[in-house]
Write a protein that binds this ligand. Structure first.
Ligand code: ADE
Length: 232
C-alpha cells in the first residue's frame, strides 16, 4: 500500500519510522511519502493560508496551494486512490472504516492546520471520478491539526494489512472486532500480585468455560462502559 501524507509539519509524521509500521515499510509492504505542503506554495514567503471570507478568528488554508499539491500526488500510478481529510467535522473514523481503507492500494492524507482547509478543496475532489474522498474525525475533540489524526488512522488501517502484524490471530479477538464488544480483561504471571488474584476460571484449563467467562466479561464491560455499542 502506498500512503502519501501532505502537511506543513512533515516532521510530525516521523513516528511512522518506528515499530511494526516502520518494519513493514522496510519490508516493502508499506510505501510512505511525506510531503511538505509549502513545496507547492508559489510566493516568496511560502504562504499556505489566508484570512477567512466572512470574518472570524484564525486562518484558512488556501485551495490553490492544496489543489497543486493534491493534483501532483493523485497522478501517481497506483490505481484509484482514496483521499482522506482528517477534520473534527468529519464522519467518525471506526474499525469498519479502517477495514474498508485497508483494501486500498493508495491512500492520501491531506492534513490541515489552523481553522482548516478551504471547503472547496474537498468538494472539488468529490466531483472527480479518479479519486474517492472521505472526511474523517477520530473523535469528539479538537486537535491542532490533522497530523496526529492521520497517524491514528494509519496505524489502525495498516495493522490490518497481511504481514504487518506478526501474529494475525491477535487481530481477531480484540476490542471492536466484528462482534462489536469491548475486549475481555486479560492477565499474565504472576498469579498473585499485590494481593490481587487472577480469576480462578482462567487457571482451570477448561477452554469452554474460559470462553464463556470471557464472552460474559466482554458483554458486561461493554454494557457498563459503552452501552452505545449494544444495539439490540
Ligand atoms: N483535526 C483536528 N481535530 C481532529 C479530529 N478530532 N479528528 C480528525 N482530524 C482533526
Amino acid at each position: 500500500m502506498r500512503i502519501d501524507i501532505i502537511s506543513v509539519f512533515p516532521d510530525y509524521l516521523s513516528p511512522l519510522n518506528l515499530s511494526l509500521i516502520g518494519k513493514a515499510w522496510g519490508k516493502g509492504l508499506l510505501d510512505f511519502r511525506v510531503h511538505d505542503l509549502r513545496d507547492w506554495a508559489t510566493d516568496r514567503h511560502k504562504t499556505v493560508d489566508d484570512t477567512p471570507y466572512g470574518g472570524g478568528a484564525g486562518m484558512v488554508m488556501r485551495p490553490d496551494v492544496w489543489g497543486s499539491a493534491l493534483d501532483s500526488v493523485l497522478n501517481a500510478p497506483q490505481g484509484p486512490p482514496q483521499l482522506i481529510f482528517p477534520t473534527p467535522s468529519g464522519h467518525l473514523f471506526t474499525q469498519r472504516a479502517a477495514e474498508q481503507l485497508a483494501q486500498s492500494e493508495h491512500l492520501i492524507f491531506a492534513c490541515g492546520r489552523y481553522e482548516g482547509i478551504d471547503s472547496r478543496v474537498a468538494d472539488h475532489y468529490k466531483s472527480q471520478s479518479n479519486v474517492s474522498v472521505q472526511e474523517y474525525s477520530i473523535g469528539d475533540y479538537v486537535l491542532n491539526g490533522g497530523e496526529v489524526a492521520a497517524l491514528v488512522m494509519i496505524e489502525a488501517i495498516t495493522r490490518l494489512i497481511p504481514g504487518v502484524i506478526g501474529n494475525p490471530e491477535s487481530l481477531v479477538e480484540e476490542s471492536h472486532n466484528s462482534e462489536g464488544l469491548l475486549e475481555y480483561p486479560v492477565f499474565t504471571k504472576p498469579a498473585q500480585w499485590r494481593g490481587l488474584e487472577v480469576p480462578e476460571i482462567l487457571l482451570s484449563g477448561n477452554h469452554a468455560k474460559i470462553a464463556a467467562w470471557r464472552a460474559a466479561q466482554a458483554g458486561a464491560l461493554t454494557a457498563q462502559r459503552r452501552p452505545d455499542l449494544i444495539t439490540n
